[in-house]
Design a protein around this ligand. Sequence first.
Ligand code: F6P
Length: 297
Amino acid sequence: MKNIGILTSGGDSPGMNYIINGVLNAAFIYKFNIFGIFNGYKGLYENKIIQIKNYKLLNLNNNGGTFLGSSRFKKFKNENIICKSINNLKKKKINSIIIIGGNGTYIGSKYLIKKKISCINLPGTIDNDILYTDYSIGYFTALNTIVESIDNIRDTAYSHECIFIIEVMGRNCGKLTIAAAIAGKCEFFIIPEIKFNINNLINEIKLKILNGLKNAIIIITENIYNIQKFSKYIKKKIKKQIKTVILGYIQRGGKPVVYDRILGYSMGTYAIKLIYKGYKNICIGIKNNKLINYNII
Ligand code: F6P
């Protein structure tokens, strides 16, 4: 019987629970023991490792978030912390871990690989900023929530003839922003990947107002501007009400959309199949609608 650990780390994302369910179901078939490592790398260090025997967990599967819990644990690079974490794994005879999270989480796996623990990384983040995968788990749910929020905000923008600036998550990646801009028919978007000039934006807004624009939505990725200051600046130049909304954690939670559920579940089962076949130290992704794996770089 092989013992496999599983953890979720970094920002939770809707669909993570489906990955876990996929893993549990496939592990049952291949007769692997699955150990839940609670609260990410922090829980690994604190030895919060419990064998999941009770498949009742499966009943919780349409929630967002992660029922394994998560954390950001920046200290997970310190040699003593890594060694203690490895010891905790050894005590339970675990030598493979399924790791679900974003870029920061993937970095953590490199420290474990150096200590001969095999890691299988799965993309769980709303940001969709992971290399070599077209989509990460949680992205489409977050996108859906953002677009619904834009639709709601549009009602007020229309009724009061004003301009809204909406800030969305994504860390340093504009994929959520640009997709939401298209789906929500935002008049303007600002993303980290495209150099932006505020005066050009103001001129464009003025021109559109001259051509009949009455309300508008400017969508912007977080970490580019302080949007309160940004709105004050625009307000000085344009005689229109400007309102700001930071969507925040509303966009990270919620029941996963069907795509995140199915993709999450499929990736989870795929991870177990690959472990069964002897694969080690890989990341899983989806490319052109096919599940893929590639070596952790
Ligand atoms: O990585 C997911 C994410 O929600 C990013 O979009 C955002 O920048 C970050 O996490 C926020 O993290 P925290 O909740 O730790 O502040």
